[in-house]
Design a protein around this ligand. Structure first.
Ligand code: XMP
Length: 355
């Protein structure tokens, strides 16, 4: 509907939904033809504007940034680094629940390629010690969040007079509540924020970007594909993908199995088509047979989903050959696993993660 004389336009459906035919064109016409906006959004222009804004905000101050290995914090760190160089120190904590090769890659990218000041905190033992005997998923999350804050605070204090904290808040986090509360929801959800006692001002260069835009900016900044296109990963990582108690043995098993899953999905050219794919370790043991030996091993559950926004998700209809290769390789290559199961539940009523 419209009132052209007063330049008022409205629709009573959802042009923003991907399934709406001509939805994008409606926006295009409205913005460019009626409002007179110009198409100036490019990843390069976002980089230029953000870099300038960061310089204005930070001045000669010092900035800390907790890197998680995910794309949001990586792009944030890369933007801040481009803006203020050595005034930035990244803290990358290995809590021991990262995927195979992830820590090495983050360190290599930021320290060696970007020459960022990076503190690589090896806190694996501290986390494992505190999680001994803990099987309840909420309790695991609470302990990991708590320990993360402790270790991060210790390391941030060592940096001396830091005034700013760079954080990878995205626009969906901002609109989630419409207030500054949003950043806190994410911090809380994400293990990654520094405690409020440090009294740091937030630097959030990605707070007006959506995920696909963050990825475009990441590519513009020269971040490697592995980081830019990496699937979402929960802050507590593999710790919540191991059901029951976390042991070093189970961690090793899941890390290897998960790496095989990713490897085969990538080899099949399916990685970017999936929203997430990963392994889950179910500690219940079952009888199997290998050669002429009876085995008694754990089960790896393969989870692969397609989704737009993680609010709803469908299990991915992976080709049988890919399923077969994943299963054969995990059982042959990962000691202690004698069964691979495929999760064929959608969200809702299931969730994407198992916990
Ligand atoms: P569920 O399992 O609730 O997960 O369907 C929805 C999405 O959220 C991710 N997830 C997390 N992301 N910190 C995060 O940043 C977390 O603690 C966390 N827990 C779950 C999950 O991987 C999925 O994409």
């Amino acid at each position: 509907m419209s009132d052209r004389s007063r330049k008022l336009f409205g629709v009573q459906f959802h042009p923003e939904v991907v399934h709406t035919p001509w939805g994008v064109e409606i926006f295009r016409n409205f913005l460019y033809r009626q409002c007179g906006c110009r198409e100036t959004w490019t990843p390069a222009s976002v980089v230029t504007t953000s870099v300038e804004a960061i310089r204005n905000q930070v001045g000669s101050g010092k900035v800390a940034c907790a890197l998680s290995g995910g794309v949001d914090s990586a792009v944030t760190a890369a933007l801040v680094h481009r803006a203020v160089g050595d005034q930035l120190t990244c803290i990358f904590m290995d809590h021991g629940f990262l995927r195979k090769g992830e820590a090495e890659q983050v360190v290599r990218t930021f320290r060696e390629n970007f020459h960022v000041n990076l503190i690589h905190v090896q806190a694996q033992k501290r986390f494992l010690d505190r999680l001994q005997g803990v099987a309840d998923p909420e309790e695991k999350r609470r302990i990991i969040g708590d320990e993360y804050a402790n270790v991060l605070e210790e390391n941030a204090r060592k940096l001396g007079d830091v005034q700013f904290l760079a954080q990878g808040t995205l626009y969906p986090d901002v609109i989630e509540s419409g207030t500054r509360e949003a950043a806190r929801i994410k911090t809380h959800h994400n293990v990654g924020g520094l405690p409020e006692t440090l009294k740091l001002q937030l630097v959030e260069p990605a707070r007006y970007l959506f995920k696909d835009e963050v990825r475009a900016v990441g590519e513009e900044l020269g971040l490697p594909d592995d980081i830019v296109w990496r699937h979402p990963f929960p802050g507590p990582g593999l710790a919540i993908r191991i059901l029951g108690e976390i042991t070093p043995g189970h961690l090793e098993t899941l890390r290897e199995a998960d790496a095989i899953i990713i490897d085969e999905i990538m080899a099949a050219g399916l990685y970017r088509r999936l929203f997430q794919c990963f392994g889950v370790l179910a500690p219940m043991k079952s009888v199997g047979v290998m050669g002429d030996q009876r085995t008694y091993g754990v089960t790896i559950i393969l989870r692969a989903v397609v989704s737009d926004d993680a609010m709803t998700a469908d299990w991915a209809q992976l080709p049988y050959e890919v399923l077969s290769r994943i299963s054969t390789r995990i059982i042959n290559e990962v000691p202690g696993v004698n069964r691979v199961a495929y999760d064929i539940s959608s969200k809702p009523p299931a969730t994407i993660e198992w916990e």
